[in-house]
Design a protein around this ligand. Structure first.
Ligand code: FAD
Ligand code: SF4
Length: 500
């Protein structure tokens, strides 16, 4: 079992393998374990540090410091500056996500085939097989009764009363105890993030994990990728350490996320026209329902309930989301004694959110100090989807018995009552008024048949280059309208199987 962490020797750290994978999140870890099972010598090079679940922080502050990329400070450039949340730790965003597992909807493969010349029945069949495998490996299970918590149960009741389909979620969990800590990492070791399964398996199969190792560039001989270079970075002080060079005989697999992968390709000199283009997302925002009863949203699965009833029209997904108390405080307007008074309702609050299947596309460029720069501004049609979703969330809250809703919309009443939902129907369409977040990211190095508008083909091979592959969210040519991890993992395995 080899794990190489931060080093500051004067000599450069060097390693020779068959395949090097950049990034250890959903895509990278799945590609790496698939290659390792096929007998390949694999190295996974990860910018963030290794953290054992016992070492996860409990607070949001600690999670931002130890687990999130750039302290969660990567923001969209556009009229609204919305955070783009991602992990930077061995396990990537799977360490900080809610482990929700949703199969790729069948219509996606038809759409990919129609619009991008990839996908179709063969990919659909193969991803179906792979998703079944992954479900077994990562213990996909419906949130158990003991972990449902009041917020998720109330949402189910509200949806039933409004009259649309919804469900308790299926997640990659092993006996979730409902500690509501998914976003800070699962200290209870129930969540199946890739640092507790695929990455250790890569190591037991002879692979190497190189952590605290942000890749600066991909090395090429002509158009052939031959490895990756960078410099170790201390996880706390961010001090630069030794240089490293991991040489790969058979392939370099880029799986650094929808923001970092295009930025890495750009700074490595990959100049196919679509690099950094067609970045997409499911921006999300939520409303607090205020109930007379105790909700205690932090007791129960962080996200345990969802509805995909409106995935196609108007293009939204509804979910519960338990956020830690300090984030609740930051989402409630006011200061001083006013804020303190409002926070006394904390135990009565339920946060339910809408994620928009947005048609907006943005771009990713490589910025200062190798940080990605995301240009993304939701268009009017998507803002209308977001508003329609909030109206539905509000109706669900009221149907479940909420006495009022805290809106969190700038320049809008602090709270509204059941007879005031019509106000929300006319809420502003200016994205700057909303506190939203991008956590489901897609594109930037998209797969497609036409190299003028795509970066890789339907095997993840980067056009105009040899031995260079994409295996993460950046390859997805569209949004999905559902949580993306299962699709990203399955596509990464599909590509890796074809490499060997
Ligand atoms: C808070 C949150 C909750 C979410 N909840 C869910 C959910 O419940 N279900 C779901 O399906 N999806 C969820 N998602 C989305 C899901 O986690 C991501 O879609 C998925 O993890 C993306 O996979 P990826 O491989 O593209 O990138 P990531 O999983 O983000 O992994 C990328 C890795 O690459 C590393 N990296 C970046 N740059 C470099 C570099 N230069 N050198 C070396 N390494 C680098 C990063 O540190 C990171 O570890 C959530 C996301 C967030 C942020
Ligand atoms: S709710 Fe708690 S126990 Fe369940 S997966 Fe999340 S962090 Fe782990």
């Amino acid at each position: 079992m080899t794990h190489v962490a931060y080093r500051e020797d004067s000599a450069s750290f060097e390693l020779d393998v068959d395949y090097v994978v950049v990034g250890s999140g959903a895509g990278g870890a799945t590609a790496a374990v698939t290659l390792a099972r096929a007998g390949m010598n694999v190295a996974v090079v990860e910018a963030g540090p290794w953290r054992d679940p016992d070492d996860y922080p409990s607070s949001t502050y600690g999670a931002m410091r130890d687990l999130f990329d750039s302290w969660g400070a990567l923001i969209t450039r556009g009229r609204a500056m919305w955070p783009v949340a991602q992990g930077r730790v061995v396990g990537g965003s799977t360490v900080i996500n809610s482990a929700i597992r949703v199969r790729t909807p069948e219509d996606i493969f038809d759409m990919w085939q129609r619009d991008f010349g990839v996908g179709g029945p063969e990919m659909s069949r193969e991803l179906d097989r792979i998703q079944t495998e992954i479900e077994g490996e990562l213990h996909a299970a419906v949130v158990p009764e003991v972990a449902r918590g009041n917020s998720n149960k109330l949402a189910m009741l509200g949806a039933e009363r409004v009259g649309y389909d919804s469900h308790f979620m299926t997640r990659y969990i092993h006996d979730c105890v409902g500690s509501g800590q998914c976003l800070q990492g699962c200290k209870a070791k129930r969540k199946q993030s890739t640092n507790v399964n695929y990455i250790p398996e890569v190591m037991t199969r002879g692979g190497t994990i190189v952590s605290c190792a942000p890749v600066e560039t991909i090395a090429f001989e002509g158009k052939k990728a031959i490895g990756v270079r960078g410099r170790f970075e201390h996880p706390q002080s961010h001090k630069k350490g030794s240089r490293f060079f991991v040489r790969a005989k058979k392939g370099v697999i880029v799986a650094a996320s929808a923001t970092h992968s295009p930025a890495l390709l750009l700074r490595s000199g990959v100049r196919t026209p679509a690099v950094g283009k067609f970045f997409r997302a499911h921006p999300g925002t939520g409303l607090f329902g205020v109930f007379n009863e105790f909700v205690d949203q932090n007791i129960g699965a962080t996200q345990g309930w969802a509805s995909t009833a409106y995935r196609v029209e108007p293009g939204i997904k509804l979910e519960t989301l338990a956020i830690p108390p300090e984030l609740i405080a930051s989402r409630i307007a006011g200061a001083g004694s006013v804020l303190m008074e409002r926070l006394q309702q904390m135990r009565h609050l339920a946060m339910w959110v809408v994620a928009v299947r947005a048609e907006t596309t943005g771009t990713v460029t490589n910025g200062w100090t190798n940080k990605p720069v995301v240009h993304y501004e939701l268009n009017r049609a998507d803002m209308e989807r977001l508003r329609a979703g909030l109206v539905l969330v509000a109706k669900t809250h009221f149907a479940a018995g909420a006495r009022e809703i805290i809106t969190g919309i700038h320049g809008f009443p602090f709270s509204i009552r059941p007879d005031e939902v019509n106000l929300l129907e006319n809420a502003p369409l200016d994205p700057r008024r909303y506190v939203a977040l991008l956590s489901h990211l897609f594109g930037g190095a998209v797969m497609g048949k036409d190299p003028r508008i795509s970066v890789c083909d339907d095997r993840g091979r980067v056009y105009e280059h040899e031995n260079l592959f994409i295996a993460d969210a950046s390859a997805l040519p569209s949004t999905l309208g559902v949580n993306p991890q299962h699709t990203i993992m399955a596509l990464a395995r599909y590509f890796a199987e074809r490499m060997v």
